[in-house]
Design a protein around this ligand. Structure first.
Ligand code: WTA
Length: 636
């Protein structure tokens, strides 16, 4: 029996039991057989969730790019590693072979070195989905620098916060980016951000849209001439198993974004293993994940997981609606994509359009369909299954998080029978637990609770950059000796898990995690605003949309509400990005509060969702009259 590639359900159970009975042996065997180590570990795992401290493969030394690139050169040198599909379908597809990737990464790494980047330095990457994004990520890893990719849809303020939080000395960007029929002035956003980032001494600028931009003397450098001069060989810097590989920011329910720190060896082993199994990857497959590398899904399942397996991974620059709603399916047909991994919000958006957009294309190459990022509703699941998979490709509903580094709960296609809306079973090595409100584990089946993980897994984030206390408080304090996910889940009669959604103040809008606090902070900056509260409400494409309840200062009363809403949304766009804009705004005389002054979001959520059937006891509120006022205002 091979632990590495599961092919039927019975085997899954065997492997799973084995992985739980003896996790260290389980992961050690996988690590030994499938990766290139410069030095073996002395200890597979040490852990203490109270501190919290987790170390995998301690004592080992490696470089992840040797695993993702160099070791494939002998057998797969001419195989396409990255298949780049540009925004504009008339522009040519780019096939970057493993050999070419090796050369590109080596050159880029030499450029980083020539610009003074050293092992352990943080480099901010703010790029659209073009090959330079994957290449620069790998170039950082090549020399042991820590990449911090910021999704290129974030605003200048959000970018600056992230650059400063982890003290980046360099930013890598483009002159601009394409998005459907629009262009975006990325360099302008970087310039604005850097007004408040003193630590950044160098900006490398790749050319993408050939726009006129201002280059700041001494700081800004065009990338291409530096690459042209760079040596094609760059010896990999060997790092320790627990050296940081990257930082990636995720929203919390309060405070500034959390810079999740992922380390090298465990992350590599886990993403490679899960990629192989969850997508049932085979050598000649063409795998496509539509996420952006600015999110964890792109890190783990566009770059590291696929490349560690020597796969061909598609990188798509564009959007599903350009030039029309058939774009995804056109690409699937053109490249005979075998695994297709996307977000429920994209499926819902496409399901609204004419079916001809799907039926026009030959999708028979598909073997596995995946979803990630939020619960998938039953209707979207069936649409995906019927029209894209033609009932022939199992859907893997993969549950995981930026913090978990890799997929945690998911069917293994062709092994685990799937049920719509169920992420089904934990992957080998993953030990979920459901907790009640008193912190006790709820055992048995047909139960619902808060989802925790009892035992460490190799790709878990090790800390929040610069704030270990926050890491402990957020994830390890609610339930003793458990990692708390922030999600609720139920376990059905056969032990399948269904994720029911966040139980904290994080709202998932179109698959993007948004914390309420930073949005409220942005709104409260408006001079007319006294106070605000954000809640999510169901939206048929985005999953959730945002509703803002806003009270005005005396000076703001009498102002035109439409204009105010526009100004507030502009503030949110400036501070965070357009993804955090409010779909609905209600100006009100007060917000429902507990006697200790805490806003009762539960009530606001109900009103925003137009479901006031079960508001619970409101008499203990400081200001119960506000509730009726809000209900009336909402016309309920
Ligand atoms: C949610 C994305 C239901 C969940 C990889 C989680 C899901 C958060 C699923 C993490 C799924 C992700 N079903 N909910 N299959 N996948 N989520 O950090 O609430 O962007 O905690 O990582 O998305 O989002 P993040």
């Amino acid at each position: 029996m091979s632990n590495y590639h599961i092919k039927h359900l019975e085997e899954y159970w065997q492997v799973y039991r084995n992985s739980v009975r003896n996790p260290e042996n389980f992961w050690e065997e996988i690590a030994e057989e499938h990766f290139l180590w410069r030095k073996k570990w002395t200890n597979v795992l040490s852990w203490d969730f109270a501190k919290p401290e987790v170390k995998w493969f301690e004592g080992a030394e490696l470089n992840i790019t040797e695993n993702c690139i160099d070791r494939h050169l002998a057998t797969r040198g001419d195989k396409t590693a990255i298949l780049f599909e540009p925004n504009n379908p008339d522009e040519e597809t780019l096939h970057i072979t493993y050999k070419e990737l090796h050369e590109r990464v080596s050159k880029f790494a030499n450029v980083l070195k020539s610009q003074g980047v050293e092992k352990g330095d943080r480099v901010c990457i703010y790029l659209p989905m073009i090959p330079e994004l994957a290449v620069s990520v790998l170039a950082c890893a090549r020399i042991g620098a820590v990449h911090s990719v910021v999704f290129a849809g974030f605003s200048s303020t959000a970018l600056a916060t992230r650059i400063n939080d982890c003290d980046c000395k360099m930013v890598i960007c483009t002159d601009g980016s394409y998005r459907g029929n629009k262009t975006i002035d990325l360099k302008g956003i970087v310039d604005e951000a850097l007004k408040s980032c003193e630590g950044v001494s160098t900006v490398l600028v790749a050319k993408r849209i050939n726009s006129e931009i201002v280059m700041q003397d001494g700081r800004d450098k065009w990338l291409q001439p530096l690459l042209d001069k760079a040596d094609t060989v760059c010896k990999a810097t060997i790092v320790k198993a627990e050296d940081p590989l990257f930082i990636l920011y995720t929203s919390g329910s309060t405070g500034k974004p959390k810079g999740m720190v992922h380390t090298t060896a465990g992350y590599m082993v886990y993403t490679a293993y899960t990629f192989k199994n969850v997508f049932q990857y085979r050598e000649s497959d063409v795998y496509w994940c539509t996420a952006d590398i600015g999110w964890i899904t792109g890190h783990s399942y566009i770059v590291y997981g696929p490349l560690a397996n020597g796969a061909t991974t598609v990188m798509f620059e564009g959007v599903p609606s350009y030039p029309d709603y058939g774009r995804f399916w056109e690409i699937v047909e053109k490249h005979k994509v075998t695994q297709f991994y996307t977000a429920p919000t994209a499926i819902r958006a496409l399901a609204k359009e004419n079916l001809d957009y799907v039926n026009k294309y030959d999708l028979s190459s598909l073997k596995v369909l995946g979803t990630v990022g939020e619960p998938i509703n039953e209707e979207a699941w069936h649409w995906y299954n019927d029209n894209v998979g033609k009932k022939n490709s199992p859907i893997v509903d993969t549950w995981w998080q930026t913090e978990t580094g890799g997929i945690m709960i998911s069917p293994i296609p062709y092994s685990t029978p799937t049920i719509p809306t169920y992420a089904t079973l934990p992957l080998p090595g993953i030990q979920p637990a459901l907790m009640d409100e008193n912190g006790n584990e709820i055992k048995g089946n047909q139960v619902e609770g808060r989802l925790c993980i009892k035992f460490p897994w190799p790709s878990m984030a090790r800390t929040i950059y610069g704030n270990h206390g926050r890491y402990r408080d957020t994830y390890f304090s609610a339930y003793k000796n458990n990692y708390f996910t922030g999600d609720g889940a139920l376990r059905d009669a056969v032990g399948y898990y269904r994720i029911t959604g966040r139980v904290d103040d994080v709202i998932i809008v179109s698959g993007h995690n948004l914390g309420t606090a930073p949005i409220e902070d942005a709104i409260n900056e408006h001079p007319a605003v006294a106070e605000s509260a954000i809640v999510g409400f169901p939206h048929d494409i985005k999953g959730n949309a945002l509703c803002g309840y806003i009270t005005l200062k005396e000076t703001g009363e009498g102002r035109n509400h439409d204009n105010l809403s526009k100004e507030i949304n502009q503030l949110i766009t400036d501070r965070i990005g357009p993804i955090a804009k409010l779909d609905s705004v209600q100006f009100t005389n007060g917000l429902p509060k507990t006697r200790s002054g805490k806003i009762m979001r539960r009530i606001l959520r109900k009103i925003a969702s137009k479901d006031i059937s079960n508001l619970g006891d409101t008499s203990t509120l400081l200001n119960p009259e506000v509730v009726n006022e809000l209900i009336e205002q909402a016309g309920l």
